[in-house]
Design a protein around this ligand. Sequence first.
Ligand SMILES: *Cc1c(COP(=O)(O)O)cnc(C)c1O
Length: 339
Amino acid sequence: MLHRNNSKPKKFENIAGQAVHDLAGLQLLSNNVQKSAIQKNHRGTTKMGDTESEGMANKYSVPKKGLPADLSYQLIHNELTLDGNPHLNLASFVNTFTTNQARKLIDENLTKNLADNDEYPQLIELTQRCISMLAQLWHADPDEEPIGCATTGSSEAIMLGGLAMKKRWEHRMKDAGKDISKPNIIMSSACQVALEKFTRYFEVECRLIPVSHKSHHMLDPESLWDYVDENTIGCFVILGTTYTGHLENVEKVSDVLSKIEAEHPDWSNIDIPIHADGASGGFIIPFGFEKEHMKAYGLERWGFNHPRVVSMNTSGHKFGLTTPGLGWVLWSRRVLVGQ
Ligand SMILES: *Cc1c(COP(=O)(O)O)cnc(C)c1O
């Protein structure tokens, strides 16, 4: 246990106080019960070695004594039963059914460290096969060396897609000797929350185009005139908006971007890229739509057939029939992530 003289506890409390503040700031602790437990602990009412930390009452400090495995299991099991029932959670379209075969495979491979690529190359090989299948499904050109990776879902995939667009924009602007301090990205207000989070995490101004009844609750391509400028790193186009499932129109968005670019030949961000968010649609559209549907929805040049679509993501756990969390992001050309 810690040996502390009289001056140390105070210091320790300060650090802890700061930690509580930081955690609250990050919204990691949304539960007031948790917060008060930690605060109580660090206000000194519960000190190290007190009966509370020795037993189970204090759940937020390392206990003095361990628990038998059976009891540990039962306690955690009981707590987790308080969660919602995944079968009743229709909110995030996530697949809740798992086959016995999938469970068996998961069980057999549970102890592999995903990050240790050298030791588990076959896992990487299987990932590569998935990327290859998606590259074909999304009409990538093999000569352009499409590239991609598995993620925990579309949220992570969108971070990577957005980040690659930001980096490319920075390079272009730097090469032209221009300011790179104010990047922005365009998306409709029907976006999923992960898209807005990207802008926060990676310090890109979020330019939300409000949707309306007139725009069928999707990105209105004509509005782009008011939102796009030289600091626009790209545009998120959603194929299956979270609220209504509508497909935003890649062709129309691209047409307007071309017109805007034509009016500003001095801009350095020519060919403003599109990242297509196919979290929901990426697995549905290629299987469910006939040619005339594709045309009606502005998808006649599907996926990477459209030169402006540089990257695209999908969630395996929405319609790819896998369990959470699995997703992918692909880029149409290796050079798009080479910087
Ligand atoms: C669900 C969803 C996401 C986030 O996907 P996750 O796989 O849950 O991380 C992003 N964009 C859209 C349009 C979605 O529907």
